[in-house]
Design a protein around this ligand. Structure first.
Ligand SMILES: N[C@@H](CCC(=O)N[C@@H](CSCO)C(=O)NCC(=O)O)C(=O)O
Ligand SMILES: [Zn+2]
Ligand SMILES: [Zn+2]
Length: 193
């Protein structure tokens, strides 16, 4: 059985283009689209199975990455945006009409990822974006009611065959960055040697 992971990766992972300068994200409304202009490329792009990230209809995973918060701006129909869950760390701004999540912002200064916005490059027509490089929160597709526990082996295999290592949290570089931030805050950061 082949799973609908996400339309962006179902038929292979397309590599990004070096020097890609960013593009415009557009919501899925047939007209009066919400538009978000993004300067520069996305970073840490990944497939996310978590219950909070936006997934296209029928897909098991979101494709989500980050940009510095000053690099994205709503340029059309901002009035259609609302925050999906005010209590979530990532305040995801979605189009009220079509449901697409246009950007997610961390407003808590005291957070390891403060300063970054979460975006979905699948909402852009352009193809130069950094490719997804890993799959995070894979087990969450069970929590979200999207997959049966018995399907997880096959789902992980399909992701790995695409070259995406699978994790049930973020990938090691991001987990290390979070732990480093925590250690610095607690005063326990150990330096080399
Ligand atoms: N089991 C939970 C975990 C969700 C989770 O922690 N998601 C991460 C990554 S989202 C992008 O990769 C997170 O930082 N969430 C904070 C937030 O969503 O506000 C689940 O699946 O819901
Ligand atoms: Zn819309
Ligand atoms: Zn997520």
């Amino acid at each position: 059985m082949t799973f609908n992971l996400n339309p962006l990766i179902n038929h292979g992972v397309r590599k990004g283009q070096a020097g890609f300068q960013g593009s415009t994200l557009k919501c899925l409304c047939p007209h009066d689209k919400v538009e978000v202009q993004v300067k520069g490329n996305v970073a840490h792009n990944h497939a996310c199975g978590c219950t909070k990230c936006w997934k296209p209809e029928g897909a098991l995973f979101s494709i989500v990455g980050v940009v510095p918060r000053d690099n994205d701006a709503v340029t059309a129909h901002a009035d259609k945006l609302h925050v999906v869950d005010e209590k979530a760390t990532i305040r995801r701004h979605a189009c009220r009409e079509c449901g697409a999540y246009m950007f997610g912002r961390i407003e808590t200064h005291d957070h390891p990822f403060y300063g970054l916005d979460f975006i979905h490059v699948g909402l852009s027509d352009d193809q130069g974006w950094e490719e997804p490089r890993f799959a995070a929160f894979v087990s969450s597709v069970i929590e979200g009611g999207l997959a049966a526990p018995d399907d997880m082996g096959a789902i992980r295999k399909q992701l790995q065959a695409l070259g995406l290592p699978t994790y049930d949290c973020l990938n090691p570089p991001l987990m290390d960055a979070i732990a480093t931030w925590q250690a610095r805050k607690k005063g326990t950061l150990k330096t080399e040697g």
